[in-house]
Design a protein around this ligand. Structure first.
Ligand code: ATP
Length: 246
């Protein structure tokens, strides 16, 4: 009798984001060669792999920014291949790109207020942002570009949360940040996932992402080389990076 109950995790939770046999190319050069990925509601998938493996391209495909050559993109079980970034954003996909999605010359408050384009009132956006990242309230009038890298990433995340995403795509959140700050940011990401958001994290260097991930996948030259339990993949990752290790 317990047999049916033991089949838990991905199969019985709601899959929100799915890439099915996705191929993608830049002109004649194929960079994703049939990638399969799924992320369920409330789960975190870490997509890791060396430089140039195709991680950012996979995120851009998921956000509708980069076209699919073949295969399918599904959101909540609905085929969305061919949909553009606006449609996917409307359907609940939020991409926080590498290099922080903030406007450095605007204040923190103005950065947040810009997100009223999502239809949410200013007060609500601020409430969500300041509750999640209290430091942003203290920095509300500060020019975003003068804040620390970690604080700018918090602002980028807060802007993303204003869209009330169902699927959050994070590209190299840790870029240029101290390990302690990265750990704190990922704790916030884990909390966002606990509220039911499907989170896909792309990172080149893995440790902090693996700490909060439910699953991990290793992308090498456009193919998923391994996928599974984050702890199991730690060793596998070391092997994949050995070629580029000093
Ligand atoms: P990185 O960690 O360096 O960002 P990545 O795993 O995210 O690497 P992608 O940025 O997706 O990899 O790049 C995959 C491949 O596609 C690389 O060989 C890259 O040179 C190539 N590529 C990326 N963007 C373009 C582009 N705009 N035009 C042509 N080729 C591109």
């Amino acid at each position: 009798m317990t047999e049916t109950r033991t089949v838990t995790t991905e199969s019985t939770t709601t899959t929100l984001l799915e890439l099915r046999a996705v191929r993608a190319a830049y002109d004649a050069i194929t960079v994703l060669h049939g990638v399969d990925l799924t992320v369920a509601a409330g789960r975190v998938l870490a997509l890791l792999g060396p430089n140039g493996a195709g991680k950012t391209t996979a995120l851009r495909v998921a956000a509708g920014i980069h076209p699919i050559a073949s295969g399918e993109l599904l959101l909540g079980g609905r085929v969305m291949s061919g949909a553009g970034p606006r449609d996917l954003a409307r359907a609940g996909v939020c991409l926080i790109p590498e290099g922080r999605g903030v406007f450095p010359n605007l204040t923190v408050r103005d950065n947040l207020w810009m997100m009223t384009c999502t239809g949410r009132p200013r007060a609500e956006i601020e409430e969500i942002a300041f509750a999640r990242f209290p430091i942003l309230k203290r920095r509300a009038e500060q020019i975003a570009g003068t804040m620390s890298g970690g604080e700018q990433q918090m602002l980028a995340l807060a802007r993303g949360l204003a869209t009330d995403p169902a699927v959050l795509l994070l590209d190299e959140l840790s870029m240029g940040l101290a390990p302690l700050v990265v750990g704190q940011l990922y704790e916030e990401v884990a909390e966002i996932a606990r509220r039911g958001v499907a989170v896909l994290i792309v990172e080149q260097f893995a440790a902090a992402a693996l700490d909060i991930a439910d699953r991990a996948a290793v992308l090498v030259r456009g193919r998923i080389a391994a996928q599974g339990d984050p702890d199991r993949l730690r060793d596998e990752l070391a092997a994949h990076y050995l070629g580029s290790a000093p």
